[in-house]
Structure formats: structure tokens, C-alpha cells
Design a protein around this ligand. Structure first.
Ligand code: ADP
Length: 159
């Protein structure tokens, strides 16, 4: 059976931290699906189309991945894609509480789907999409946090 993992998130925008995780995961699973959603609690800075295109372009060269948008329950999206695994990133203890709650709810909704956590390389552990947006809005240099295509996309959107 092919091991298919879904890596869900807002990816607003995708950062070098997300990409580090995706590269690691692509070596562990047959397919990694980057599932991009509009988080109902957060209003997105980039449109869903720009987040999809931005992630697709940023991940060129990694063959066993797919970038998809979804608008349903995560466990239902996973089932529809024949995925057995939900992948989430943990950067610091502060991520733990929310991620623990989320994985518990998803396990309750579908006990057959397993949540796995991965940590990024140390140099990416402090990167978050929201900090990247904040630094950009204050005129700071974001080039070490996101790939070039995302930097361009963010600057165009902000202008
Ligand atoms: P969400 O809004 O669902 O939290 P994000 O796009 O912010 O979506 O993040 C998706 C996943 O990636 C989450 O599990 C988050 O903890 C993880 N993540 C975010 N930034 C990093 C990073 N720099 N390194 C590793 N994982 C990260």
C-alpha cells in the first residue's frame, strides 16, 4: 500500500520552514500532499490561487508531492485522497497545545488516520508565516525566510 501523507495548513505564505519539512517528508512517504485551506479563524493575506501557485512554484524539483486546495474537514480530504497520515510541524513548545488538541479532534473524527509530527532544521524553527508578513509590512528583509518567488509575490500583493 502506498504511504500518502497530507501536510495541511494555511501556507499564507509557504516558508523555508514548511519547505524543509516537505523535503524531509518526501523522503519518508510515497506521496506528500500539501493541502492548502482557508482557515476560518484567520483571514488570508494571499488569495487561495496565489498560495497554490506560490507553493507549487516553490516546490518545483520535488517529484512525489502534490499541491491541492481543500475546503472540507481535513479527515474527509485525507480519506478522499487515500491518505493514511496527517503531517504537522512542531517548532516550539508553544505549538504543542494547539497541535495536540487538533490531532485529538482528528483522531476522534477518524481513528484510522494517524497524525505525525516533524520538526524542522534548527535554522527554520523561528520562521512563521505571520512573522514573515509582519516583517514585510514593516519594510524588513524577508529573503532568508521564503524562496524568491514567494518574496516577489508577497511584495506585489503588499504594494
Ligand atoms: P495553520 O494555519 O494550519 O497552522 P500554517 O501554514 O501556519 O497552517 O502551518 C502548517 C503547519 O506547518 C503547522 O503544523 C505548523 O506548526 C507548521 N509550521 C509552520 N511553520 C513551520 C516551520 N518554520 N517549521 C516547521 N513547521 C512549521
Amino acid at each position: 500500500m502506498k504511504k500518502i501523507a497530507i501536510y495541511p495548513g494555511s501556507f499564507d505564505p509557504i516558508t523555508n520552514g514548511h519547505i524543509d519539512l516537505i523535503k524531509r517528508a518526501s523522503k519518508l512517504f510515497d506521496t506528500v500532499i500539501i493541502g492548502i485551506t482557508q482557515n476560518s479563524k484567520k483571514s488570508a493575506f494571499l488569495t487561495i490561487d496565489n498560495r497554490l501557485k506560490g507553493a507549487t512554484d516553490a516546490l518545483i524539483g520535488i517529484d512525489n508531492i502534490k499541491v491541492m486546495g481543500f475546503d472540507t474537514l481535513l479527515v474527509d480530504f485525507a480519506t478522499a485522497q487515500n491518505a493514511q497520515i496527517i503531517l504537522r510541524g512542531l517548532r516550539a513548545v508553544s505549538d504543542f497545545e494547539y497541535e495536540f488538541q487538533l490531532s485529538g479532534m482528528n483522531k476522534h473524527l477518524n481513528p484510522d488516520i494517524e497524525t505525525l509530527f516533524m520538526t524542522p532544521a534548527e535554522q527554520y524553527a523561528n520562521i512563521s508565516s505571520s512573522l514573515v508578513r509582519e516583517i514585510l509590512s514593516l519594510g524588513g528583509d524577508i529573503s532568508s525566510f521564503v524562496p524568491t518567488n514567494i518574496e516577489i509575490l508577497l511584495k506585489e500583493t503588499f504594494a
